[in-house]
Each structure stands twice: as structure tokens, then as C-alpha cells.
Design a protein around this ligand. Structure first.
Ligand code: ADP
Length: 189
């Protein structure tokens, strides 16, 4: 199975763009954030363990996520899977490349947005969805985590020639067509 990983800071629009791609191209979609929130809602053991990290805007420990990731990836025996929210650090990038039988990363799609515009996007989402990690203080923690831990993994994919950047500081429509261009070039659509 081919995997497209979506990488970008909180508020970059990963979920919005993923939903459109799923609708238009029938991709499978795995969102670790959404799956973790479902686990919290259903009060599973994983949900109970993950909750405090998520509420604080911190990363959930890597070892808690491996089984969840494997299950999610094997749930979707479709051709192309969008992986949204994973990997978020170097250890997770290695974990993912070790899951060869479940899928190989074909592209790391970087939705690049300047930090300065993220807070207004997120406060809007916070008002609409009421997510407990969308407050300004927690956003700051999540942005910090992104810059220190997640952003550097893009280099890992650059070295493997799997990196593509999309300037995501534009309307949803424009960003979507930029993504389509990149996916066309990579012969994924
Ligand atoms: P966003 O991309 O807007 O920050 P997500 O919905 O992807 O939000 O993730 C929300 C929270 O879920 C993260 O802040 C983190 O606590 C947890 N989480 C999601 N994916 C991972 C992951 N791969 N590793 C560790 N924690 C994760």
C-alpha cells in the first residue's frame, strides 16, 4: 500500500485537504489525532493513557501509538492511504519505515504555513469545534513541539527524495489545486 504522509503545523489545513482528497480520489485516511480522540470518547485504556498528554498539547508517548497505528493501517487495504498526524518525530518516522508490510511512504507532503497566521485559524476552529487543546497556551506548546520534533523529520524524507512542499498560506481552493499538482507529478493521482 502506498502512503502519503501529511506534515504541517496545527492549523495548516491537513484535515480539510485530506477530506477533499478522500472524497475525490477514494483514498483511505488515517488520522492519529482523530483516532486518539475516539479512544478518549469511548474511554479505552489507550484513551485514558493518552488524554493528559493531548490535553496539555504534548505528544502521546511513541510506544502507546504503535499498535493503534498498525491496526489503523491494516484496516484500510486500499491503494493509497493519507496518513495525517504521524510521524511526528524521528522515532515515529523510523517506526513507520519498519512497517513495510503495511505500506511504504511514497510522499511526505509538507503543508507549509507561517506560524504568524496559525493562531487566527486555530481560534476560529476552537470556536467551531470546541477542542480542548485549541486554547492559545496549548497552541503554543503544540507549535513548539511541531518546530522542535516534527519539522526536522522533513529532512529525513528529503534525503529519501520523498519530500514535496506546498505553500499552504492561501485559500483552501488554491492549496487544494497545489496539492493536486504535486500528487499528479508523483503519479499518485
Ligand atoms: P493538530 O495537527 O491540529 O495538532 P491532531 O488532531 O493531529 O492535531 O493531534 C492532536 C493531539 O493528538 C496532539 O497534540 C498529540 O497530543 C496527539 N497525537 C496525535 N498524533 C500523534 C502522534 N503521532 N504522536 C504523538 N501524539 C500524537
Amino acid at each position: 500500500m502506498a502512503i502519503i504522509i501529511l506534515v504541517g503545523p496545527p492549523g495548516a489545513g491537513k484535515g480539510t485537504q485530506a477530506a477533499r482528497l478522500v472524497e475525490q480520489y477514494g483514498f483511505a485516511w488515517v488520522s492519529t489525532g482523530d483516532t486518539l480522540r475516539q479512544n478518549i470518547k469511548s474511554n479505552t485504556l489507550l484513551g485514558q493513557k493518552a488524554r493528559s498528554y493531548m490535553d496539555a498539547g504534548k505528544l502521546v508517548p511513541d510506544d502507546l501509538l504503535v499498535d493503534m497505528l498498525k491496526a489503523e493501517l491494516s484496516n484500510h487495504p486500499k491503494k493509497v492511504t493519507l496518513l495525517d498526524g504521524y510521524p511526528r518525530n524521528a522515532v515515529q518516522a523510523e517506526t513507520l519505515s519498519g512497517l513495510g508490510e503495511l505500506g511504504a511512504v511514497r510522499l511526505a507532503l509538507h503543508l507549509d504555513v507561517p506560524a504568524s497566521i496559525l493562531s487566527s485559524r486555530i481560534s476560529k476552529r476552537s470556536a467551531e469545534e470546541g477542542r480542548s487543546d485549541d486554547t492559545p497556551e496549548k497552541l503554543k506548546v503544540r507549535l513548539d513541539v511541531y518546530e522542535k520534533e516534527t519539522f526536522p523529520i522533513l529532512n529525513y524524507y528529503k534525503k529519501k527524495n520523498l519530500y514535496a512542499r506546498v505553500d499552504a498560506d492561501a485559500s483552501m481552493e488554491t492549496v487544494y489545486s497545489r496539492i493536486q499538482e504535486v500528487l499528479t507529478k508523483a503519479t499518485l493521482i
